[in-house]
Design a protein around this ligand. Structure first.
Ligand code: PD2
Ligand code: ZN
Length: 140
């Protein structure tokens, strides 16, 4: 599920905190998404950025970074893996990771390919915010 931008006080607080930590205005962030993985569920390897020909120039533009918050501890499995960068992150309640994959020249970093391994025991909860290069919500 996804919350609307600034849907409630807690969401707004989280959005402000992410803006402070990343240096991107809260308005560059897509709506906060909640991810729930049951037993055996995974997120196959992917890039979070859009294929360049798919980028909608009018609305926020390309994704530049991802802020991922872990909401629980997974009994077994569910690690976030960056296979090409050689990183594996074990979810820990209240911890977060932030990674960037685009620069101001529009160059995209393919080392950012990542996945969520299958949950082997228990379940996994996470919140993710994908950040764009510009304000998404401004009207023209
Ligand atoms: O839940 C994760 O570990 C995960 C893995 C890959 C989240 C995302 N991608 C994402 O939110 O883009
Ligand atoms: Zn992802």
């Amino acid at each position: 599920m996804a919350f609307r931008f600034r849907e409630n006080e807690l969401v707004e607080r989280i959005e402000k905190r992410i803006a402070e930590l990343t240096g991107y205005p809260a308005e560059n962030g897509e709506c906060l998404q909640i991810l729930n993985y049951g037993l055996g569920e995974e997120y196959k390897p992917h890039f979070d950025f859009f294929p360049p020909h798919m980028v909608d120039a009018g609305k926020g533009g390309q994704r530049v970074g991802t802020f991922l918050i872990y909401l629980n501890e997974v009994d077994e499995g569910g690690e976030t893996v960056f296979s090409k960068a050689g990183l594996s992150i074990v979810p820990k309640k209240g911890s977060a990771i932030y990674f960037q994959y685009a620069n101001e020249q529009g160059q995209l970093d393919r080392l950012s390919v990542h996945s969520s391994l299958p949950v082997k025991k228990g379940e996994k909860w996470a919140a993710t915010k994908w950040i764009r290069e510009r304000n998404i919500y401004q009207s023209y």
